[in-house]
Design a protein around this ligand. Structure first.
Ligand code: ANZ
Length: 946
């Protein structure tokens, strides 16, 4: 016991106070650590332990979304999910499972790097210090993690495998026929053996080495592309869409962001679009999250249609080939690669003034429009309510069915990165096209008959096709509904060679490189031709080299044409290497981008499974045990994954994608990483502003008759996130000091259902504190420290209450309804306080049931009840079904429809006993007459007809 934790002299030493709680908690945390209490045994390898009480038991893998260790430390909102998973894991251990529960750190990340840029402190230094702080804060909460499995993504032994997985992805391609990834070596074998034709049909042997390489690279699941990216010269880096504000500037620093093509590593996640979508059905995830994933993936089916021009044909993507007769103009994205070839030297005769944007010639007009468009974000460009802008290219295409000339525009509402970057505009049936047609005075031809009385512009509903026949071309859609018209139009296009049925995805390939320092280096070098070459596995890990200057180079923020210079590129001695990659020592240059922060979080759950495995990321037997399918058809994966809904899309999608690649290549046994997902709510907090609108420290505000005061000043209460800027942060450290970790845990779990957001109320924490004090007193005499437990049996009512509570708590724990479980435990505890002594048969199960929520006090009481081992692996109480049935039942007794009396009979009384008792009770009413009929409704009532 430490000095500081010694109880103050005026408090009896056996009373449950914050000081006693602290002493108990530290002692048990030390004991658990010393004894390795939460070590989960693996089937094989160094973490196997055949003598463990749960060795070989049914497994349960409980996972938290691991944190990025920020410099600010934890506030009371952060550990909500971690406490939830801990309660669940502790319960499941007691219920007989072998539970894996570990906590690692997502430790590459921008804040540490920015701090490094500002201060010169190495991001590793900052990150490791933050991790230590997090670990201490989490340990103080009594979380039962297997600390041997605590990985951090910045460990070389961890990121060696991140790089290894990158190589697996790089060295595979997606076989669309087999619907799975296969090794690139098999693709090459198919090309060279002639089983698969090359893209241009020449035999493989006739392709040059460089050509072969290009063909293969075009198939790889990781590839280099010239992709349009958000280039922010002011920060010297490319930004993710989420890092760009609605007005096209960097979230950080407010610099302009330009769309630009830059050479980047990409991951071909789009190849997995179908499976990522279809396999959502196999997952036990909240519906809203599945819906967000579906929308993000955004599968659209329709057609590609070619519109011939004097240059090349313009290929459009449309979901509505049925409206082809209403296509009165084409629109290309301003960045579309055909634009330059289309634009003539001068406006064609008869060009309307409204189409030219006031420019003398189409070249200037296009040039000026492009400039303006490049400064806008996709979000802005697509805003429905925005006045439509655009400009005529001066070129016409031929309508593929009627041959009529169709003017070609560029406009920023068409995005370069979606579909083919070109559309056929159908103003009668599409709102945005309609708005554009109004501005540019373009013809509107209805091809779907709107219902009678329809007065709007575009009609987007269904109805019979009209104005949709070209007898000469052999196509007639008139009278057909949507589905039939679509099918017939696609059939005609395919037969005539003017288009094909096509599916488009909203999902983009994943931009995988960052011009930063604090990330995993790529296991890639370039040869003298500039082609990428994967390093062999034996050269892993590629360690992140030390640098003096962590900052990306900052350019003229307005100069979109500048090129990024990565921090790693300045280490020339690292970048330029001599390696023997099989054909003798040669000089290569290393890739100097690093991977995005998502990389480590794409597979960390696999490393928890077998963190010491040296030859693989995890031994197959261990992987199969923890992650494998549990029955035929099961997708496998972790049994519970808890985290915030803000990770609904990107993390979960990227991780599912990598997992599926690993599955296809035979490296994992489950085809999904997270079978069950649970989103915890947020802890929100009140914040208070003074009349000037400035935030005042929330802990100094007092309530007087429903009004709020900071000193003399009345303040306004609002409700929001917890954070420094709102001056309303409460830390778990504060709560542990004031009440102890057990009280804090019980409070967080009893505030409401785990998935619901709730306001933090420090004042209410004392309720949980009092509950634990009562639990304490059921076992310990506060005055003397003596036991209050008796071996005498419990009275019938107490025993029945206990078993009702056990039964309900088990149901609640299985369903993650911790708040209602705690309510039942409170009911039971209150039922015990009226007893002079607590029967052991009740005290023991109570302590065991309290243990998942308040493990330290439970361990302490368990010891005082005479047990000399931790209760971690004690059996969770089981209700006796015989005690769950009600003892007696009260029947109302009706005579001629009116309730005339009530009788209480044993619940299992046979019908004739109920009847006799009932008749006796209403004998006075019947006054000796024989009843005509007696109906007994079992358990409900007795009805007598006199
Ligand atoms: C003609 C048409 C007629 C269309 C009609 C819609 C309604 P989703 O469902 O989102 O996939 N489109 C295609 N590529 C585009 C791009 N790069 N930028 C902006 N819009 C694009 O929508 C597909 C529809 O959005 C396509 O079908 C196309 O307009 C437009 F009555 O073609 B449609």
């Amino acid at each position: 016991m430490s000095e500081a934790a010694a109880p103050a002299t005026d408090i009896p030493p056996f009373r449950y106070t914050a000081a006693l709680a602290e002493e108990i908690e530290h002692r048990w945390q030390d004991t658990w650590e010393r004894e390795g209490t939460f070590h989960a045994p693996n089937p094989t390898g160094p973490l196997a332990d055949p003598g463990h009480p749960r060795a070989g038991a049914e497994k349960l893998y409980v996972l938290d979304m691991f944190p990025y260790p920020s410099g600010a430390g934890l506030h009371v909102g952060h550990p909500l999910g971690y406490i939830g998973t801990d309660c669940y894991a502790r319960y499941q251990r007691m219920a007989g499972h072998n539970v894996l529960h570990a906590m690692g750190f997502d430790a590459f990340g921008l804040p540490a790097e920015q701090y490094a840029v500002q201060t010169g402190t190495h991001p590793r230094t900052t990150t490791l210090a933050n991790i230590e702080r997090y670990k201490a804060q989490l340990r103080r909460l009594g979380l039962g993690h297997d600390e041997r499995r605590s990985v951090t993504t910045i460990d070389t032994e961890f990121y060696r495998w991140t790089q290894w997985i990158f190589l697996q992805v790089y060295n595979s391609w997606y076989d669309a026929d087999a619907r799975r990834a296969r090794p690139v070596a098999e693709l090459i074998a198919e090309f060279s053996g002639g089983a698969r034709p090359t893209p241009d049909g020449r035999p493989w042997a006739e392709l040059t080495v460089a050509e072969r390489r290009r063909v293969v690279d075009d198939h790889r699941l990781a590839y280099v592309s010239e992709a349009p990216v958000n280039w922010c010269p002011g920060l010297g880096t490319v930004l993710a869409n989420e890092e760009v504000t609605a007005d096209g500037r960097s979230e950080r620093g407010n610099f302009p962001v330009f769309k630009r093509n830059l050479k980047q590593w990409m991951m071909r996640i789009t190849a997995y679009g179908d499976r990522l979508l279809d396999d959502l059905d196999t997952l036990d995830w909240p519906e809203p999250i599945k819906l967000m994933q579906r929308n993000w993936i955004g599968r659209s089916t329709g057609a590609h249609i070619d519109f011939p021009t004097d240059a090349a044909a313009v290929r459009v993507f449309t979901t509505r080939p049925d409206t082809i007769f209403g296509a009165t103009y084409l629109v290309l994205a301003p960045e579309h690669e055909l634009v330059d070839a289309l634009v003539p030297a001068a406006w064609p005769a008869g060009t309307r003034d409204a189409w030219t944007g006031g420019h003398a010639g189409p070249r200037e007009a296009v040039e000026a429009y492009r400039k303006a468009a490049a400064a806008k974000t996709d979000m802005e460009r697509q805003a429905d309510n925005r006045e439509k802008t655009g400009v005529f290219t001066g070129a016409y295409a031929d309508h593929p069915v009627t041959g009529a000339p169709v003017p070609i525009f560029i406009a920023d509402y068409v995005l370069a990165g979606y579909g083919t970057g070109a559309i056929m505009a159908v103003p009668a049936e599409d709102e945005r096209d309609h708005a554009f047609a109004e501005v540019f005075e373009l013809p509107v031809v209805r091809t779907v008959q709107p219902p009678e009385g329809f007065t709007g512009g575009a009609y987007t509903g269904d109805g019979p096709r009209i104005n949709s026949a070209a007898p000469a071309a052999g196509l007639d859609l008139n009278g057909l509904g949507l589905a039939d018209a679509k099918a017939r139009a696609i059939g005609w296009l395919e037969a005539e060679g003017r288009g094909v049925g096509a599916t488009t995805w909203r999902l983009r390939d994943w931009l995988f490189s960052r011009q930063r320092y604090w990330g995993e280096p790529f296991p890639i070098v370039y040869d003298e031709t500039g082609a990428p070459i994967a390093l062999p596995e034996s050269m892993l890990p590629v360690e992140l080299p030390e640098v003096d200057d962590f900052s990306p180079k900052t350019f003229d923020p307005e100069d979109a044409a500048s090129n990024p210079e990565t921090p790693l590129s300045r280490r020339r001695d690292w970048v330029e290497v001599e390696l023997d990659l099989g054909d003798g020592p040669k000089r290569y240059t290393r890739e100097t981008n690093v991977m995005p922060q998502w990389a480590g979080s794409c597979w960390y759950e696999l490393r928890y499974v077998d963190p010491t495995a040296a030859d693989r990321f995890a031994e197959p037997e261990n992987e199969a045990y923890w992650m494998g399918p549990q029955r035929p058809g099961d997708c496998g994966g972790t049994d519970l994954y808890v985290g915030g809904a803000e990770h609904a899309v990107l993390h979960l999608l990227y991780s599912r994608f990598w997992h599926k690649v690993l599955f296809d290549l035979g490296h994992v046994s489950s085809f999904e990483p997270y079978r069950r997902l649970f989103n915890q709510g947020y802890i929100q907090a009140y914040a208070f502003t003074d009349p000037r609108g400035a935030y005042v420290p929330a802990e100094e505000v007092v309530e007087v008759d429903g009004r709020w005061f900071h000193g003399e000043t009345e303040v306004r209460r609002e409700y929001g996130k917890m954070g420094k800027s709102l001056r309303n942060v409460v830390t778990p450290d504060d709560m542990c000091a004031a009440y102890g970790a057990d009280t804090f845990r019980v409070y967080e779990m009893s505030m409401g259902p785990l998935e619901v957001s709730r306001p933090w109320e420090t004042r209410a924490v004392v309720g949980s504190y009092r509950f634990l004090q009562r639990v304490w007193r059921t076992v310990v005499d506060e005055g003397t420290g003596a036991s209050r437990v008796t071996d005498a049996p419990a009275d019938e009512a107490t025993r029945r209450l206990l078993h009702k509570v056990i039964d309900g708590v088990r149901v609640d724990m299985d369903a993650i309804r911790f708040n209602t479980a705690i309510a039942k435990l409170i009911e039971l505890t209150n039922g015990l306080t009226r007893l002079a002594e607590t029967p052991r048969e009740v005290a023991e199960p109570l302590v065991l049931m309290v243990a998942p929520f308040a493990p330290h006090i439970a361990e302490e009481l368990w010891r005082r009840l005479g047990h000399d081992t931790s209760l971690t692996y004690a059996d969770f109480p089981v209700a006796d079904p015989a005690l769950l049935v009600a003892e007696s039942v009260t029947y109302p007794v009706q005579v001629n429809g009116k309730v005339r009396g009530r009788v209480e009979v044993p619940a299992d009384a046979p019908e004739d006993v109920v009847r006799a008792t009932a008749l006796e009770a209403v004998a006075g009413v019947l006054a000796g007459k024989e009843p005509r009929k007696v109906i007994v409704v079992k358990g409900r009532m007795v009805s007598v007809v006199a």
